[in-house]
Design a protein around this ligand. Sequence first.
Ligand code: CMC
Length: 432
Amino acid sequence: MAITASLKLDDKEYPLPVIVGTEGEKAIDTRQLRAASGYIAFDQGYGNTGSCESQITFLDGDNGILRHRGYPIEQLARYSDYVETAYLIIYGELPNATQRKEFGLRLRKNAAVEMQMQKILEGFPTNASPMAMLSAMVSALPAYYPDLATNNFEKDLKNFDLAAAIAISKIRTMVAMIYRYTHGLPYMFPKQELPFAENFLHMMFSEPYQDYAAAPEVAKALNLVLLLHADHEQNCSTSTVRMVGSSAANLFTSISAGVNALSGPLHGGANVAVMQMLQSIHDEGDDGTRFIAAAKSGSKSNRLMGFGHAVYRNFDPRAKIIGDACDVVLKKLGISDPLLDIAKNLEQAALKDDYFVSRKLYPNVDFYSGIIMRAVGIPMNMFTTMFAIGRAPGYIANWKEVASNPKGRIYRPRQIYVGAQKRDYTTIDHRA
Ligand code: CMC
């Protein structure tokens, strides 16, 4: 039997339909409320608002559950790899052998970035933010592939497979190019024979006459980091992709908006902020007490980076996987990183502190991901671009849902205006 809710306003009752998801999540459908009553639903920052129905990712923040297309993140992290998980997220099913091969081939064939794009990159100062460079390069993709980026859902969906492969594969190449450019190193072209993670490591670390041979542990660690970032439901950047995509903007343009949203320190930029925090604790010989005390002030600019999450209220399952992996990866690579010890001590101290406990603030994925990336050899200022490579499948799958929804509308929230009421214009000499 269909459940309905009802809202009583000024003695009038408004029945509101209830939507129930496949995992039992419930929502009150307020779409017709304004037309019927003149009221809108108010929810600053959309923290309690469902902006869409989606089949991609299920997240239960109270119980630390994350599943892509039904598959638990723990199983994907253990048995799958980034490319296979990307396929799953984008196409809804794990690929069979032929699909996996074809998808891999599309990624391999579309790895190289057009020579002209080097000029875009080289227009930036070498000390510019890598995320600014990345978003500019992704923004430029429609210019190189106008047939795949027509800003017409129907036409763009016809070329979706190719556009998706270009986005995933080239974003990875762009990140490697950004690294090489900002470090004054010659670009390394992708090698078709290499798997995804190994190819990235080659483009980052090979030298003109000396190929970088990735240790299997390094490629595996990188795969894990990318896989754990592959999608995360309606976060700030993915919702941005959906919002921009809802205007019928093409896939590349929508992703570049997501890359910009990702750059902020409260979102993807947190992985850099965590490492800066750990490094400064190390440099000062502190035990983290200063950061914990400052974080408790309630100021947004002093938060304990890598802690807390907009949705997880128990634990972030990705943090658990990556935290455990840190020990294994560092051991396998024979690295001892003092920042890992500092992170562990900080975590223990915060988890005993009433401020964090009472607010249900736990380490998130960014708390430990930087330690692994550092072990792999990725410099800190490139961390958020690594997040962007990882998140590409999520952006693509969400764009596809928007583009293929026959009942979709342009995203357009409303507001409650609290500014000045109507007043008459005065000339400058009559103003106070
Ligand atoms: N350090 C100190 N206090 C915090 C923190 C923190 N890291 N996070 C939240 N709080 C406080 C917050 O000020 C609020 O306090 P009060 O109740 O006294 O006003 C309380 O905890 C509840 O905050 P919230 O509603 O859980 O936080 P939010 O939903 O507004 O923000 C967040 C979520 C992730 C932006 C925030 O926790 C944060 O800024 N964390 C640090 C940055 C970070 O690590 N971001 C990466 C997120 S995971 C990767 C991704 O998906 O982007």
